[in-house]
Design a protein around this ligand. Structure first.
Ligand SMILES: [Zn+2]
Length: 120
């Protein structure tokens, strides 16, 4: 390849990297925006050549609050919404959403139990 071809190739490669970075960033940003204060910073992972390979945002998972199940339900709803916020959710995103749904389900059972106790 002559110099001109190499520089053209490099700029195409740069553009592809840039585009990939933007796609990953947009995906993570969708999570972050939906999670609000429950989200950590956006992390973009790159390989040894500086090519972005993936990214993540850590989202605080709900814990089961037996005294205040409504708080757990509210928290779980935000996590589920955030996990499904991008147009292209990953396997990990589905996993996070189903974990949050499981915790929400437990909280709803406790909430029903509380109501029964109240009317007993
Ligand atoms: Zn994701």
């Amino acid at each position: 390849m002559d110099c001109k071809t190499i520089s053209m190739f490099r700029s195409m490669q740069q553009q592809a990297i840039r585009q990939q970075y933007n796609e990953i960033y947009a995906h993570e940003l969708a999570h972050k925006n939906a999670a609000g204060s429950l989200a950590g910073p956006i992390v973009i992972e790159k390989d040894a050549n500086g090519i972005p390979t993936g990214g993540h945002v850590s989202i605080q998972m709900p814990t089961l609050d037996k005294e205040h199940p409504e708080k757990t339900i509210e928290h779980a709803d935000v996590v589920i919404k955030s996990a499904m916020a991008p147009s292209d959710p990953s396997d990990q995103d589905y996993k996070v959403a189903s974990q949050a749904k499981a915790i929400k389900f437990q909280a709803e059972r406790i909430q029903k139990q509380h109501k029964l106790d109240y009317y007993a």
